[in-house]
Write a protein that binds this ligand. Sequence first.
Ligand code: MG
Length: 356
Amino acid sequence: MIHAQSVFRGPAFRGMLAIGAWMALCTVAQAVSPLSTRGNQVLVGGEPGSVAGASLFWSNSGWGQERFYNAQAVAWLKADWKAGLVRAAMGVDAAGGYLADATNRQRVVTVVEAAIANDMYVIIDWHSHHAERHRDQAVAFFQDMARTYGRHDNVIYEIYNEPLEVSWHDTLKPYAEAVIAAIRAIDPDNLIVVGTPHWSQDVDVAAADPITGYANIAYSLHFYAGTHGQPLRDKAQAALDKGLPLFVTEWGAVNADGDGAVAERETAAWIAFLKAHRISAANWSISDKAEGAAALVPGARATGGWSAAELTASGARARAIVRDWSDAHESHGPTRRWRTSAIAAGPAPSIARDGR
Ligand code: MG
C-alpha cells in the first residue's frame, strides 16, 4: 500500500499536475462553450445566450460560390465581422451537390476545421429542399460528421435546410427522427437543428408535435425581412410559447427570393425579436452572386479581407448586426476560452466592445 501523502508530494505527482494543467489549458483554450437546450431556450455553456454570424452560399460545384469555402474567409468573419458562427450550406441534390460530387464534403470539412481553429460555432447544413428523398445518404453523412467532429462543441448539425410544403407529422418528423437517432448513437450531445415545413417557417406546426426522447434539439426558423414580418414573428412566438427552442440558421435583410433592397425597418424589428428571445442567427449569405442577399459585390476576393467597398448594402447591414450582437453568451457566461485568456493573458479582448 502506498502512503497517500508521499504520492501527493512526490515529483511524479507534481509532473502529473503540470501535464494536467497543460492539457486543461490546451483543451480549454481552443474550446467554445457547449450548446444545449432547456425549455424554449438554446443555452450557451448552460446559460441563456445567443451567437450571430453568417452562412456561406450553396457549396455546389460550378455555382461559383464554393470559392468562399476556405479557412481565410472563415477567419475573416471571426476577425472583422466578430462572428461567433458560420454555416456551411452543403448543397446536396441540386446540380453539383454532394450526391453527385463528394468534393462538397471537403468544402464542409475546410469550413468546420477553420471554425474550430477560430473558436467559432459551425453549422453543418444539409442544404436541400427535398431531403426526405435521400434519407439514407443524410444518415450516412451525419454519421460521418458525428464520428469526425462530434467531440467538438463547435459543431451544430442542421439536418434539413428548408423543407417545402410537406407534412411535418408524416414526412419531416420521421426523417428527422431517423437522422437524429443516427447522430445520437455516435454523438450524445451536440446541438441538432431540425428544418420545419414551408421553408423553415412553420415552427408552430413543429411545436404542436415536437420530437421527443432526445436532448438538445432545436428547430429552424428562416425569415427574409423584405417579405416576412409580424405574422411570421407571431408564429415564432407561438412556437416559443409552446416550449420550442428556435435557431435562425438563415435570415436575410431582403426579399425571400434573395433579391431586392434591404428592408431596414423590418430587419430592425426582427433583430430586436431575436435578441429579446436570445435566438442565434446566421445571415444569408457570404457570396458575390448578383442578388440583394449577397454580402459581397461581384468579383470580391474569396479569402476575406473585404473592404467596405466590397460589401453590398445587405452585407454592410449584416456585418454591423453581427458586430453589434449583444454577446449575451459572453456577458452572462463567458466561454471557457475567455476565462482561460483572462487567467493566462490578462483581460479578455473586446468582451465589452459594444458597451452593453
Ligand atoms: Mg458531442
